[in-house]
Design a binder for this molecule. Sequence first.
Ligand code: LLP
Length: 439
Amino acid sequence: MQSANQNIKPLTTKINEKGNLSIGGCDLAELAKKYSTPLYVIDKETLVSIAREYKNAFKSYAKFKPKFASKALMTSAIAKILADEGYGFDVVSGGEIYTVHNAGISLNNSTFNGNNKSREELNLAIDLGIGRISVDNFSELELLNEILEEKNKTQKILLRVTPGIECHTHEYIQTGHLDSKFGFDLTQIDNVIELITQKYKNLEIMGLHAHVGSQIFETKVWSDEVEVLIKEIKRIKDKFKIELEEINIGGGLGITYTKEDTPPSVQEVANVVLKSLEENIKKYNVKEPVLYIEPGRSMVGTSGVTLYTLGSSKQVPNGKKYIAVDGGMADNIRPSMYGAEYCAELVTKKDSETKQKVTIAGKFCESGDILIKEIELNNPQKGDILCVYNTGAYGYSMASNYNLMLKPMMVLVNNSQSAIIVNRQTYAQLVQNDIIAEI
Ligand code: LLP
């Protein structure tokens, strides 16, 4: 079966009776009119479908516990939908912790990750009963134990390790290679275990955590990763007589931004992970560990699109035709930051087919603010609505207020209904923290 991450468009994308594009049964031109643009649209059916697909793909493994990597897209409504589907959360900041909590969701099923967690963030996580803290480095071990001593509490932790696995993805989104800023090197683990058993008595070590990178298409990296983690569990067991019971293999499954992207399905990833798990449990003679995964992009990427209105255009003499939209690098930094490519199309039907090659520019004051370098659109005109696919992950979550532009609204669509899940920012909100100092 094809997974949602193997599609460019949300699963419910259709051409309706008017000839317009619709998602979740909602006409995109009407959504743009009703809510204005730029507008993030999330298709609930696609989101829930992939969330269930992950659970289904791993269902033969009783100790499977999925978490959603909040960094890809965290809003109260998204948190609620995924918590209702049985997901915990990979959270990496006080803000993500607060949002999950504020949505009425217990944090006991969530893991706090990150390479420089602050005292305030650790306090908040512990006070709200976070399930696991994935400790990243020696200074965090010390700080966390100190905080726990003050509170007279213990905390279940994982150790974030660098598995030494390279994957073919953008340099900025590779994390599992040896000189990564994240996690303990495997050669440091003995020292960590000694510290925990002899000195940091408030820490209860449950297992190992790794993440190899993002937008990955080769399943082999996960089978290698599982082996590295199980082998390490065996080594620790032999040396310290402590058998760790949990592994967290992170996220990383890629999605189909363009036809050139060929990610495996969720089931293919699950098969590879489960096979490697089974083989290595036997090979190293360890107990079946709890298996956590924490996908982000593949969970929310395909369910999201962004609607923009076409504005001014510029024909460079003997050169490109630029068409500018009413958003750009502040609502989607990925093209300018990673050279990411996206597919898009106009949402309304045109009477005639007159294809034009254009460059879609953002409206921000930077030449690099180009959303799509080259795309063929059907007779694009000022005022037309453009739908950019696959913006659900790392779009809104990386959005900024550059040029003091307002962050867009987000709506959820489902069964021909739409509902606002994030309001458009207001000018008053933009200046609410400003203070004119009298010094
Ligand atoms: N777990 C850990 C520890 C991670 O660092 C990440 C992503 C994930 C899970 C989720 O990975 P995913 O399934 O989304 O690939 N801003 C970049 C992506 C950065 C990913 C960082 N870590 C982008 O827009 O491509």
